[in-house]
Design a protein around this ligand. Structure first.
Ligand SMILES: [Fe+2]
Length: 173
């Protein structure tokens, strides 16, 4: 039997209520991988003519997690950001996300941030990755990509890091 969005959401709710966050995130990332490998889920969630943007597939009022479907435009590079005190799990349904994780090299007390890349990798179809609280990362898409993101809360209203005009990026160490 294919693994469905409903099963995935039920599983996330159970994990968030019973497991320490770091365990739960690993299991949710595995579950997202199973969901993305169900062609029926991908077909009912995305279509070729869908414009870039995001849709909420599910919000759980009890634990506050969201499952979001993103159509990412090609030839676009996102700015470094964190998810503040919350978390997110990224997984691809079609094409690749180029991920970079960053480390801040200067003290938090300084107003601007200096960021150094610590790892770069690709998330391809069926691949997922969890980002815990405070992890700074950025995404880039060479081609139009279909992405599912699970977030711990509505990240848009959360205080969190966004790359600003006074911040600086260092070359790879
Ligand atoms: Fe993110």
């Amino acid at each position: 039997m294919p693994y469905t969005l409903d099963q995935f959401c039920t599983e996330i709710r159970g994990l968030l209520k019973t497991e320490p966050l770091s365990n739960a995130l690993g299991h949710i990332a595995d579950g997202l991988g199973r969901l993305l490998s169900n062609p029926g889920f991908v077909a009912e969630t995305f279509s070729d003519d869908m414009p870039p943007g995001r849709r909420i597939l599910h919000h759980d009022p009890e634990t506050d997690f969201y499952v979001l479907a993103h159509v990412q435009e090609g030839n676009k590079t996102g700015k470094p950001h964190s998810h503040g005190s919350s978390w997110a799990i990224y997984g691809n349904a079609r094409e690749y996300t180029e991920m970079t994780e960053w480390r801040r090299t200067n003290p938090e007390s300084e107003q601007h941030a200096v960021l150094q890349p610590v790892s770069k990798y690709r998330l391809g179809p069926g691949e997922t990755k969890a980002y815990g609280p405070g992890v700074i990362h950025s995404t880039a898409h060479r081609k139009k990509a279909w992405v599912i993101r699970v977030t711990g809360t509505d990240l848009d209203v959360l205080p969190r890091y966004h790359f600003g005009k006074h911040d600086r990026l260092l070359a790879q160490a």
